[in-house]
Every structure is written in structure tokens, then in C-alpha cells.
Design a binder for this molecule. Structure first.
Ligand SMILES: Nc1nc2c(ncn2[C@@H]2O[C@H](COP(=O)(O)OP(=O)(O)O)[C@@H](O)[C@H]2O)c(=O)[nH]1
Ligand SMILES: [Mg+2]
Length: 358
């Protein structure tokens, strides 16, 4: 077996990771002032809603997206009396056309209809809106600025029977007059409820773009590691010389690409190559299959430069798990440190370097 082409392997793994992650489209509707923009900023990476107005797609709907973040938000207002009939007609035409698209990445995957708790009222506009949207997409009712339920959530669910669920959120922490602190709440519930509704092909994109539930990123990533470890065990079953390791490296690269995509780090060729180089203890230009496998073996204390030419199934699985789990732990700590926002590539590489030393 010949030495593998690392550059080509990385390129293919990136394409695959992008494809598997998909792209999520979330429609957020509600009256002006209910807290849509605040919710979007608390929920997703990249301070979405503060970056300009977005592109108008109907009179009342703006499309907001950011390069590198696999989600598009459709921010809809115009639920007020005078505009409502127009808003509903235009929105229906738009959503229907999107959902007819043969490319599932163009569909609207979920809609949040927001109602502020302090208003204590569900208007006909919201009910008609949910009824219309529910023809095309799963809809969640979102009670915003939650402070005191007093039965309002149940009332919203009763008045919006076609909403799959109603979730209370408080996007911003606040302090009451008596000094009492109310922390933000409900964002995790909204992530869970939404992730359950998004089609599997686009779910990883939503997991990546949201920043409140790191546990979900961790769990999704560990599933990727499990799959990779099983594949590696299959490769290890056939004794292969680790000099070329042509079968093992693509599995590692695919796993690292998948985890990177799931956390919502920008996916670049250079970065992934640098991650591999950090394992191999070299530079991108000297990156080889042999160096990578050698570096991975060092992650398993006691094995070192063991095997004179073959990797056992258990070893292949174990080094895959060690590499994947180490990478997840490094990303997890950095994302937590940045309150869910992505760390820089340099920070990730530094964390991996200390993992190698550790
Ligand atoms: N206390 C509190 N204020 C909020 C919350 N969410 C939004 N707001 C405030 O409500 C106002 C309107 O919010 P905004 O997100 O602009 O509403 P939009 O018009 O629906 O986009 C702003 O002053 C926000 O700071 C919340 O959870 N708690
Ligand atoms: Mg707004």
C-alpha cells in the first residue's frame, strides 16, 4: 500500500462533513418587541440579529445568515392589524414555495411563533399564523420574557392547538426591584424541542449553530466517535502495516471533520490539516499517514511505538476513541469558556498541543 494523499483525504472529509451537517432554516415570527432579535442572539452563534437588517424576502420577513454558520433565520414581524392579511398571504406563498423545493436544505424546517408573557394575550393573528404555518412546517409556540407563568403557557397551547409544543423562555437575565436575580431560562428546552422537530438531514446544522446546549454538541460528537471507532476496529481486524495506514487515516480525518462541523467551528482545509499535524507532532507540509498513526499511538500510554507493522482491532478502536474524546474535551472546554461562541483556531490547536503533552 502506498502513502496516502493527506490533502485529498482532508478535502473529501470536509465535503462529507458539510454534506452530513446540512443546513437548517428557522422561521421566527411575532409582534414587534416580543424579543425575537434578543432570542436569536441568545440562541445562535455569531450575534446574528445585530448584523444589519438582513435581506427582505417578503414585506415583513428578513432573511439573516452569516458565512460559516449553517443556519438561516427568517425573522417575521408585521402581525399588527393593518398589515396582517398581507403578511399572512405573502408568508404563505414564500413558505409554500420553499417547502416545495426539491432541495431539502431550502425548506423551512421549523417555525417559532413568539408571544410575550407580559401581554397575557393570544390574538387571532397568532392563531391564524400558526394554523397557516402548520400546513407546511412543525411549529413551536414560544412564550418570551417569561417571569411568572400563572397558567399562561397552558392557555397559549389551548389557543394554538396546532403548535406541537409551547416553550417558555427568558433570553435575558434580569434583576427585580427587590434585588432578586432572575437568570435566563428555557433556552435549553427550546433547543431540545426544536432539535426533535428538525429533519435528521439538517439536525446537525442546528446543533452546530445553537450555542446554549453544549451537552447536545458533546453527545452528537460522541456518536460520531462511536461510529469511527467501530469502523477503525473493522480496519484493525485486517492486520495492516501502519506505515501507510491508508484505511485508518480517512476514518480519523472523517471523525475530526464531523466533530468540527458539529461544534460549528469554521470548516477549513488548513485548520483540519493543522489538527492532524498537531497529533503527528509535525507540520502540515511533513504530514504523512505514518506520522499521524504514530502520533495517535502515543495517545495510548504504554503502546508507544509498539506493533512492528500491524494494529490490532482493539488498538485501532482505542486510539480512535482517545483521539475523538480528546478533541471533544478540548472543544467543549473552549466553547464553555466563550459562552458557546467558537474559539479561534489557534486556541484549539494550543489545547490539542497540551492534550498531547498531558
Ligand atoms: N427582561 C427581558 N427583556 C427582554 C427579553 N427579551 C427581549 N427583551 C427586551 O425586549 C425589547 C424588544 O426586544 P427585541 O429582541 O428587539 O424584539 P423584536 O422586535 O421581537 O426583535 C428589548 O428591549 C429587549 O432587550 C427577556 O427575555 N427579558
Ligand atoms: Mg427584531
Amino acid at each position: 500500500m502506498s502513502e496516502i494523499n493527506i490533502g485529498e483525504t482532508v478535502k473529501r472529509a470536509l465535503e462529507e462533513a458539510m454534506r452530513e451537517r446540512g443546513h437548517a432554516n428557522v422561521l421566527i415570527a411575532g409582534r414587534t418587541g416580543v424579543g425575537k432579535s434578543t432570542l436569536i442572539n441568545s440562541m445562535f452563534q455569531g450575534r446574528f440579529a445585530s448584523t444589519g437588517q438582513g435581506r427582505p424576502v417578503t414585506d415583513a420577513t428578513r432573511e439573516i445568515s452569516k458565512p460559516g454558520i449553517p443556519i438561516t433565520i427568517f425573522d417575521t414581524r408585521g402581525l399588527e392589524m393593518a398589515e396582517f392579511a398581507n403578511t399572512l398571504t405573502q408568508l404563505k406563498t414564500f413558505v409554500a414555495a420553499r417547502c416545495r423545493d426539491r432541495d431539502a436544505r431550502q425548506h423551512i424546517h421549523v417555525a417559532w411563533v413568539c408571544i410575550a408573557e407580559d401581554l397575557r394575550r393570544v390574538e387571532e393573528a397568532e392563531t391564524s399564523l400558526v394554523d397557516m404555518l402548520a400546513e407546511f412546517v412543525p411549529v413551536l409556540g414560544v412564550v418570551t420574557k417569561a417571569r411568572a407563568d400563572q397558567g399562561f403557557r397552558a392557555e397559549v397551547q389551548r389557543l394554538l392547538p396546532r403548535a406541537v409544543n409551547v416553550v417558555r423562555v427568558r433570553s435575558l437575565a434580569e434583576e427585580l426591584d427587590d434585588g432578586h436575580q432572575l437568570p435566563s431560562m428555557g433556552l435549553n428546552d427550546l433547543v431540545q424541542a426544536t432539535a426533535d422537530l428538525i429533519p435528521e438531514g439538517q439536525r446537525r446544522a442546528f446543533v452546530a449553530a445553537q450555542k446554549v446546549d453544549l451537552e447536545l454538541k458533546r453527545k452528537t460528537s460522541h456518536m460520531i466517535v462511536g461510529g469511527a471507532a467501530a469502523a477503525a476496529a473493522g480496519v484493525g481486524g485486517v492486520p495492516i502495516p501502519f506505515a501507510d495506514a491508508a484505511l485508518l487515516i480517512p476514518i480519523q480525518v472523517g471523525m475530526i471533520s464531523g466533530i468540527t462541523a458539529t461544534y460549528g467551528l469554521a470548516l477549513s482545509n488548513g485548520f483540519l490539516s493543522a489538527v492532524l499535524a498537531s497529533v503527528a507532532g509535525g507540520t502540515i507540509t511533513t504530514l504523512s499517514g505514518r506520522a499521524i498513526v504514530g502520533g495517535l499511538l502515543k495517545l495510548l500510554p504504554g503502546l508507544g511505538s509498539a506493533a512492528g507493522g500491524a494494529i490490532a482491532a482493539t488498538t485501532a478502536a482505542a486510539l480512535t476513541t482517545a483521539f475523538g474524546a480528546g478533541y471533544i474535551a478540548a472543544l467543549d472546554a473552549l466553547f464553555a469558556k466563550h459562552k458557546g461562541e467558537p474559539p479561534t483556531e489557534a486556541e484549539v490547536l494550543a489545547a490539542l498541543a497540551s492534550l498531547q503533552r498531558g
